[in-house]
Design a protein around this ligand. Structure first.
Ligand code: ZN
Length: 195
């Protein structure tokens, strides 16, 4: 019997296979092993469940599956209030769908579902794994050292190299994203700063 996380995993696999930018970035596993993680709540879950931010034709199924799985996902936050502020922590969160410590196991890639409410500034930060953001719903403006800033909407992607400092702003809309990591340092976390 499949549950909301199985359905989400299946929907993300379909999205990856249908989206060249995603399927070129990762080798998505066919039958990943489930890792029993208890639900862990963050304050932004009702915002995700209630969001009406537009999705694309390809991402809409995943957005619905994220909403359905939000209450059983193991949500986390990387940062402390001193780094990003209380409002940020009240309206942001992520969970590891696939990876070394995710709802499904992989030692080769890490896939997160991550959300930010509208009007938030995610300061410059970096991490060792190479990264591909894919916007599922809403929009965000991405900034990075060495790249022009761009607004990315549903179905759009943004790539960051290993240890390339990057930042993000949301404006009038929240953003729901699929974030893929590959390469060394996979189990580490991002840290605020530029080095
Ligand atoms: Zn990043």
């Amino acid at each position: 019997m499949s549950d909301a996380l199985d359905n989400l995993m299946s929907a993300v696999g379909d999205l990856v296979r249908a989206t060249p930018a995603l399927r070129d970035f990762v080798q998505w596993p066919d039958a990943p092993v489930r890792n029993p993680l208890a639900p862990l709540a963050v304050r932004c879950i009702p915002l995700i469940e209630g969001t009406s931010a537009p999705a694309s034709t390809l991402t809409a199924t995943v957005v619905d599956a994220v909403r359905a799985a939000a209450s059983v996902a193991h949500w986390q936050q990387t940062y402390a209030e001193a780094e990003v502020g209380r409002d940020f922590l009240n309206r942001y969160g992520w969970f590891e769908l696939l990876g070394p410590n995710g709802h499904f196991r992989s030692e080769a890639i890490r896939a997160f579902v991550a959300f930010w409410g509208e009007g938030l500034h995610y300061p410059m930060h970096l991490h060792e794994p190479e990264e591909l953001y894919h916007v599922l719903a809403g929009a965000a403006e991405f900034h990075a050292d060495g790249l022009p800033s761009i607004l990315v909407g549903p179905g759009g992607s943004r790539h960051h190299d290993s240890n390339q400092p990057h930042a993000m702003d949301t404006h009038a809309e929240p953003v729901l994203t699929l974030v893929l990591w590959r390469g060394s340092g996979l189990s580490g976390n991002a840290r605020i700063g530029k080095k």
